[in-house]
Design a protein around this ligand. Structure first.
Ligand code: FES
Ligand code: FES
Length: 214
């Protein structure tokens, strides 16, 4: 049978197949690392009452986080960000992934009351910390003053930045530093709003600063 002219010469193909095989070996090795098979699994937290929360995830590190007041047991890769853990393992999609590089603030959550970009921190660093997401700030029918202020002032358009804006503003209230509009603008400048709802966001935060418990 005549050789197919569209295929490379036979010796070249052999070489290619050999190299592809080598690459496959490397990939397999890497994927087994990623799946935690090549790493010694960390000890799971001791089994507790049957009523205790189940462990979620398949990574090599066992970690217990206190998220919105709920102890949450997870098994994660040590390089997993807090943002990914919240969204993918703890099933709390309120915290948003925008840039994933610490530049937009949409992933802001509170750790022990302080605002933090959850895309820039690893979950395993926050055992024993109190993590609060937008879902933990208020409830339907019982909104936090800030959540209510955002509604009162129509302080969002698409809403993508809003959970981060509200968590950041809650951190700002906790810090007790911002009093004037300029101070609020400056201290909220890490939270970008692509819809440009800034005047309304400022009005909402001002309302919460002036009436923190209303
Ligand atoms: S997603 Fe974290 S700062 Fe943009
Ligand atoms: S409301 Fe759309 S990005 Fe802020």
């Amino acid at each position: 049978m005549a050789a197919d002219p569209s295929l490379p010469p036979f010796s070249w193909r052999n070489d290619l197949e050999q190299r592809t095989g080598e690459s496959r070996q490397v990939l397999l090795k890497q994927s087994s690392l990623l799946a935690g098979q090549a790493l010694p699994p960390a000890a799971l937290p001791p089994a507790g009452d049957p009523g205790e929360p189940a462990t979620r995830g398949l990574g090599p590190e066992a970690v217990e986080l206190l998220i919105n007041g709920q102890p949450t047991r997870l098994r994660v890769a040590p390089w997993t960000t807090l943002l990914d853990v919240l969204r993918e393992y703890a099933h709390l999609p309120g915290t948003k992934k925008g840039c994933d590089h610490g530049q937009c603030g949409s992933c802001t959550v509170l750790v022990d009351g302080k605002r933090i970009n959850s895309c820039l921190t690893l979950a395993v660093m926050h055992e024993d910390a109190r993590i609060t997401t937008i879902e933990g700030l208020g409830k339907v029918g019982q909104l936090s003053p800030l959540q209510q202020a955002f509604i009162d002032h129509d302080a969002f358009q698409c809403g993508y930045c809003t959970p981060g804006q509200i968590c950041s503003a809650q951190g700002l209230l906790n810090e007790g530093k911002a009093k004037t509009p300029d101070e609020i603008r400056e201290l909220m400048s890490g939270n970008l709003c692509r819809c440009g709802a800034y005047p309304h966001i400022l009005a909402a935060v001002q309302q919460a600063v002036n009436h923190p418990t209303s």
